[in-house]
Structures are given as structure tokens and as C-alpha cells.
Design a protein around this ligand. Sequence first.
Ligand code: TNX
Length: 510
Amino acid sequence: MTLPLVPAPSILVERTGALALASSARVVVEDGAPGASTHREQVDAAASVLADVIAERVGRRPEIVDGAAEPGDLVLRHDPDHGAEGYTVRVGEVVRIEGAAAGLFYGIQTVRQLLMRDGAAWTLPRVDIDDAPRFEYRGVMLDVARTFFDVDTVKAFIERAASLKFNRLHLHLTDDQGWRLQIESRPLLTEKGATTAVFGRPGGFYTKADFQEIVRHASAHHMLVVPEIDLPGHTHAIGLAYPGIVEEPVMNDALIAQAESLNQPLPISGEPYLGWGVGHSSVKIHDESTWEFLRDVLSELADLTPGPYLHVGGDEALGTPPADFDAFMERVTALVAELGKTPVTWHEAGSAQVAEGTIGQYWGSVTPSAAHADEARRFAERGGRVIMSPSDTAYLDQKYDADFALGLDWAALIDLKTAYEWEPTAIVDDLPAEAVIGVEGPLWSETIATLADIDQLFFPRAAALAETAWSATDRREWSSFRERVGGLGAVWDAAEWGGHRPAEVNWSNR
Ligand code: TNX
């Protein structure tokens, strides 16, 4: 039998037989590091996650105890020797999970996938698993600007992503349709710039406390938040609050044609923008008051963000002359670096002299145009690295097939196999493999309004992306993935996560 493990672990040894989980099974915390209180906290946190996972699947929350394990128990032990994210799981007389903080969490997610129903009993196959990730950056993005998602929905999104061993949550916090984060020094951003969303959907924003709550929940799930303020374009909403620093909308033929064909409004300065066209807005690049604004906003954001990254956009500045765009991206990445953070930008900014070490996010095709490939390579030449988000394979917002109700289709129709079969280091010629820091799946929200909609686009394609992010190339193979992912529907059902169940997969009920 192929075990339903996604992402595929580095080393999996299957032995014969299975361990029946005793109805009296306990979570036993073994003190691997006496005296180290942070280690102790980490194992205690993991113990509670493990008890929750068992409760969700088996319907009974095991007791958490210290001390010696008995056959049929689940044992957690802090062991830093597996690196920050690696872990081992051994199922013998007991289920034993060892690792450091994130590793323990990932070992638990693996155990969650190993649990099988056997009549009235629950069993785990006897295995030895030794696992660690391929890429350090394993991201998903949620666009909370086009459609605003409340804190509970973002938390639910974190739980889904973390179960697949994603460790970065990119939040697209601002766009033409709305500004979603409270900034104390610029209160009008949320008073005036957050009231609506695409199609006139309800607006909303995160207070600082809300944002901190998201950061905390992400951190409890071993995910770092990567906040994005999209600049210099995608900034119409700033103009609702501070009209002096935003240019008049720049119309382009594509925008006008698209608005006509979709029967959408065109942007009007000072009025909320309810369409989904792109490329019409820009902050005033040469105006010092823009830079005072950016310093205020980015300083507050840096203070709120424990992770090393601040994303400053750089995509689709279609109405901005190239020289102005380059000057802007150079200065804004320098500002982020000055604030002590690593800038991240969409790949277009590779045309500019971005700050040393800036990370580029590539969103072109898996077969790039020469210009896109050049832009991506420039990040590595300037000491930075590249996140791979090819829009025709990694985008979570594209339709699965032409008849799928949700999603856009401008990049591609992305069925599960297409989402699975691509190699991040093989996209941009002459970009060294070490320059690829990882992958990310963006979920843009033009067509989605609810958590159920999110799930439809996320499951199961996020599982394909998760394996690309985590598993070594020699562990990745479509026919194997297709079989393994079929066993995960039951795990997702137990968590009450919805999603699409495409017919190309045999969804087993285990
Ligand atoms: C392109 S991808 C965009 C977004 C849209 C998305 C829709 C990128 C960097 N920009 O503004 O939401 O397409 O798929």
C-alpha cells in the first residue's frame, strides 16, 4: 500500500504490521533537554497540537503526561539534531516523534496523515521516517485587498497551509480596491481606504491588534508572515485617503477593453475602485511627501513584523515610465533595508538597482520570456535570491478547467497534474539552483468571497505545491503523488476543510 504522505518524506522505511492506538493512549512528553525551559515550552506546545490532531480524527483527546511511555502511547522528544525543521517519526511499540520546535510540529502533521481507521479501531502503519525540507521558503499568499478576509478566515487559512508544511504566509495587504492594515500615523488609510472591496463587496481592515493576532497564530503554526504593501502601482486606495501623493489614474487600452467586456467601471480619482483592472495607479514617485508617507508606513509595518521580510510589490506598474519605476524600486528597497528588513519584490523590479540581497518573486510563465528571465537573474547578481511562483503552475487563483466556477484563467488552466509537474530550479536558465530560495502559491481574491471558496481553489493543488516545496526531486513523481494525495481527502474532511476533489484522483475513505 502507498502511504498517504504529502509532502513525500526524505526517507521512509515501511515495516510490516501496524500499531493499534490504545483507547487509553496518552501523549507522553519525554524531557530530552532537562533544564532548557524554551525547549520544554516547545514540546509542551507540540503535545497540545498532537492531542488536538488525535482528537480531531479519533474523537477522543488523549491525556498529556510526563515521564515513561507505555506501549501504544505517543511520545514527543525535543531533539535539536534534526535541524530547525527536520524530524523523525517511528512507529513501533509506541509512536515516537523527535525534532526541534517546527520539526515536532511537522512530525505531528505526518502522524496526522498516517492515522488509519480499521473498523472501530485506529492504527498507524509501522514506519521509520526521517525527514527534512528541500526549500527554506515554502509560501502561500492570500490577497486580502481585492476581497477582505477577517482574522478568523486568515487563521483558518494558516491552519490549512501549515498542515502541508508551508512556513511562509504572504499577505497582500493593499491594492487598488482597498487598504487593509491600520497605520497609526496615517489613520485615513483605513478610515477612507478600506471601506469597500472588488465589486462593492464589504471592506474591512486589520487593527494592529488583529495583525498581531494573525502573526501569533502563524507563529504557533511555524509560519512567518510576509506582509506586502504593493507599490508604486496598485495604489488607488491610498488616493482615497491621501490624494496628494497619488497620480491621476492612467488608462491603457487593455484596461479600457477589459472594463468594457466585463462591464466593469473604470477607476475615478477619489472614488473607490470596484473593478479588477490593473496598472492604472501610481504613487507620485518624485514627490518627497510620498517618501515621508512611505517611511511612516513601512516603519510601522517593520515594527509589527517579527519576520525578516517586507514585500513592497513592484508588479504591473503599467502607467509608470520605466526610469521612474526603476528609481522608485531602488529607493523603496533601500528604505526597507534601512529599516532592518530584507526587501521582497515581484520580479519586474529586477530591472532596477534594488538593494543588495533583495528577494525577487518570479511570477512569469514556467517558460519565461527573455525579459522576465533577465529580471529574475538580476536578483541573484545583486546577492539576493528568487521565490518561484510561476503563474501557469503555482498560481492558486487560476481555474482547474474551463468550466470551474471560481478562479481566473489569464495565466492557464491549472489542473492538479499541471500544478504538480514543474521544477523550480529549471525555469530560469543560468539562475544557480542555490539562488532559488523556494516557492510560493499566490491566491488572488478577485473571484472568491468565502472560506469555502478559498478551499475550492486551495485543495488539492496546495498539496502539489507543498510537495514541490518540501520534497527532494527524487521523491517526486506524479503517479505516486496522485495515489498518496487521494488518502488526504479523509484528513481534510476530518478537519472540516472543504475543497475540490478532482476525478483524476481516487479519493479513498480511510
Ligand atoms: C496579476 S501576479 C497580478 C494581480 C492579480 C492577478 C490575478 C501579480 C504580481 N499581479 O494583480 O490579482 O494577476 O491572477
